[in-house]
Structures are given as C-alpha cells and as structure tokens.
Design a protein around this ligand. Structure first.
Ligand SMILES: NC(=O)c1ccc[n+]([C@@H]2O[C@H](COP(=O)([O-])OP(=O)(O)OC[C@H]3O[C@@H](n4cnc5c(N)ncnc54)[C@H](O)[C@@H]3O)[C@@H](O)[C@H]2O)c1
Ligand SMILES: [Zn+2]
Length: 353
C-alpha cells in the first residue's frame, strides 16, 4: 500500500492499494467521527461495489444511507445535487457525519459539492473507481456540477478527508474509460518528464496501475499544494485542454473528455513543433504514445468552429488567451497570446487539414 499526504485544506491522505475497498469504512472512520454516511454512487458502480463498501462502513460502526443516481455526465446537475442534499437532510446527517463518493469523476464532483455545501460543510471521502478519478478528479478539491449553459459552472474548492484507491476496481472498467484515463496520464507525462513518459511507453498502464496512480497523484499533489485555488501554476494541468475543450463543445459533448484531451494534446504538440517551441522528434514521440493507447490524434472540426469554441472559454480574459505549450517532455510553459493568434496555433496543430 502507498500513502501520499496532501497538504491542502486540513491535509489528508491518499491511500492506494489492492484490496483497500473492503477497508474503506474503517479507513474513513479513522479520520472522522461520522456516525452516518451518505454513500453517493451511480447505477453501474453501486451494483458492482456498493455492497462491499456498505459492509465495510457498517462493520466500522456507521449507518450507511445509499444514494444511487443514473450514471453519466447528464446526472451532474442541479437536480441530482439537490436530491443529494435532501437525502442528507432527511437522514439527519450532521456536520460531523460524512458524504462518501463511490464512483468516477461525476460521483466525486457532485458528492464533493454536496459535502461542501450541506450545513456549510460536512465530512467527505473519495473512493474513486475510474482511472480518471483515481489519477485526477479525486485529488485536489475541485468539486462542481454543470449548469444548463456550461460545464462545472457551480462548485467549490473542498478537499476530502481521505481518498481511498483500490486499483482492483479498475478491472471492470470499460475499454473506453481506460483510454480516457490514459489520455490524462499521457498529459501528466508530457508535463512531468521522461521517467513517467518512458514508464508508460514501455509497459501499458493497466499492467502497473498501483505504480502509475501513485506517480500521478504525487505529481498532482505538488500542483495542488502550491496552488490550491487554481490561480497560477495549476493552470499548467490544462495542457491539451484548450483545444480539447473546444472539441468537446463542437461535438456538443458527445466526444468523451479523454478523447478530446488526447486530440488536443496531439494538436498542441504538432503546433509547438511547427512554431519552433518543441523538437520535431519529441513532438513525434508524443504523437506515437497517444496512438499507442488507441486515442484520437486528429482535429476533425472546422478551424473556425474550434476557434470560436476555444475563444469563448470561461478561462480566457479580455482579448488574450492562455495556451500551455510543450517545449520538451517535462518542460511546458504558459503562453499568453492575443486571441487572434490562436488561429495560427490551430492551423499549425492540423485544424482544417
Ligand atoms: N474535480 C476535478 O478536478 C476533475 C478533474 C477531471 C475531471 N473531472 C470531472 O470528472 C467527470 C468525468 O469523470 P469520469 O470519466 O470518471 O466519468 P464517470 O464518473 O461518468 O464514469 C465513467 C463511466 O464509468 C462507469 N464506471 C465507473 N467506475 C467503474 C468501474 N470500476 N467499473 C465499471 N464501470 C465503471 C460509470 O458508471 C460511468 O458510466 C467529469 O464530470 C469531469 O468534469 C473533475
Ligand atoms: Zn482533463
């Protein structure tokens, strides 16, 4: 088992190890005085792992109230969020009790926002079950729900009290979700450097889950500890996401996030090589790795549509845009460019070709 301490919020541990799911209750209650636990999960994950987790909490002395919602991003909305709060209130949870998320980023983001706001903040545990949630969304304290006109438009920074990761749950993950997680791991490798890059190039992620998850969590730890509220350094984690986000918008969110990030990372790597930031050989290595994981690498939308979608992103201010650009594997910079210049980046990245 590995333990990574995150010094954000009140500070908490990320525990990673095969078989930990059966100890989720015991471990969570070791850092909380909760007597009641609202267990938030979706209708795919709960039938697979709910019973084991409920038993672990019950054995550790807590009463569990399951809250199961229909799986998928469409549930990450005000309605389900409201239902979670009402369920907590109906079960008479107090601020010393706990909301626990068992599932992917959707369960984690939504349960986290409910925990942040129920009685102005109740206990919170993350038990991630997708690769993406294990390496990214369960750590760092960003919680949110979607509004009608935008993703993640209501939320809070709210760190969990504990994150419990059992890589064994990833055995049931559909192939597409595996690949989506791998896209973020490749992004992490381009930001972090050769060690992780070579590790996942030589051996598939799924053959070394515990190692790679620990590596990525420790990577994210540094960014979260330095910039808990996303005011500077943490922006770098958006590598591949500026174009990726535009792809998601153009597809009306039918292209999954991981696929969009992979294509966005491929595009920015091509553009960085063409515009003289990145050695062409390194750009090619990034493209080869994306391809090896069966992820998309081309931009299929019209340049103008991508430009408009990217320019409208909430992360931009005024007439400028921020682009995260790889200069080498392990060395990425934040470039602030006049908005119009983004056309050049998109074309160099392969848009409209
Ligand atoms: N808070 C953050 O920092 C952060 C970071 C990245 C992404 N996110 C958010 O995360 C969400 C995406 O997360 P996701 O990709 O985990 O999506 P998700 O939670 O919808 O999970 C994807 C699918 O996998 C299924 N699933 C989950 N675990 C499984 C398992 N072990 N076996 C079989 N099926 C399983 C789910 O039922 C779902 O259908 C988005 O809403 C995104 O905005 C948040
Ligand atoms: Zn992402």
């Amino acid at each position: 088992m590995r333990t990574i301490k995150i010094r954000a919020g009140k500070g908490y541990e990320v525990q990673i190890g095969a078989g930990l799911l059966a100890q989720a209750g015991e471990k969570s209650l070791a850092v909380s005085k909760a007597k009641k636990v609202l267990l938030v999960s979706d209708d795919i994950v709960y039938p697979l792992y709910g019973e084991k987790v409920v038993k672990s909490f019950t054995d550790a002395g807590a009463e569990v109230i399951p809250f199961v919602f229909p799986h998928g991003e469409a549930s990450k909305n005000l309605e389900t969020y409201g239902q979670i709060l009402e369920a907590a209130c109906e079960a008479r949870l107090t601020r010393s009790d706990m909301i626990a998320a068992l599932g992917g980023g959707v369960a984690g983001d939504m349960a986290g926002f409910a925990a942040a706001t129920y009685q102005r903040g109740t206990g919170f545990a993350q038990i991630p079950t997708t690769l993406l949630a294990c390496i990214d969304s369960s750590v760092g304290g960003k919680t949110a729900i979607d509004l009608k006109n935008g993703k993640n438009q209501a939320g809070a920074f709210y760190q969990p009290q504990i994150v419990i990761i059992d890589p064994e749950v990833l055995e049931t993950l559909p192939e597409i979700e595996y690949r989506n997680g791998c896209a973020e791991i490749i992004k992490t490798a381009v930001l972090d450097g050769e060690e992780l890059f070579e590790k996942i190039r030589k051996t598939p992620v799924r053959e070394q889950y515990e190692d790679i998850i620990a590596y990525c969590v420790d990577f994210k730890r540094k960014y979260v500890e330095e910039d808990e509220f996303d005011l500077g350094l943490r922006m770098k984690l958006n590598l591949g996401h500026t174009i990726g986000h535009a792809i998601e918008v153009c597809s009306d969110y039918t292209v999954p996030h991981g696929q969009a990030v992979a294509a966005g990372l491929a595009a920015i790597s091509r553009a960085a090589a063409e515009l003289g930031y990145l050695a062409p050989a390194d750009s090619q290595r990034i493209l080869d790795l994306i391809e090896a994981y069966g992820l998309p690498m081309t931009l299929d939308d019209a340049e103008e549509d991508l430009f408009n979608a990217a320019a409208a992103d909430k992360k931009n201010s005024g007439d400028t845009m921020r682009v995260i650009v790889p200069k080498a594997i392990g060395d990425c910079v934040i470039e602030t460019i006049p908005r119009e210049q983004f056309h050049k980046w998109l074309s160099a990245g392969g848009a409209g070709k």
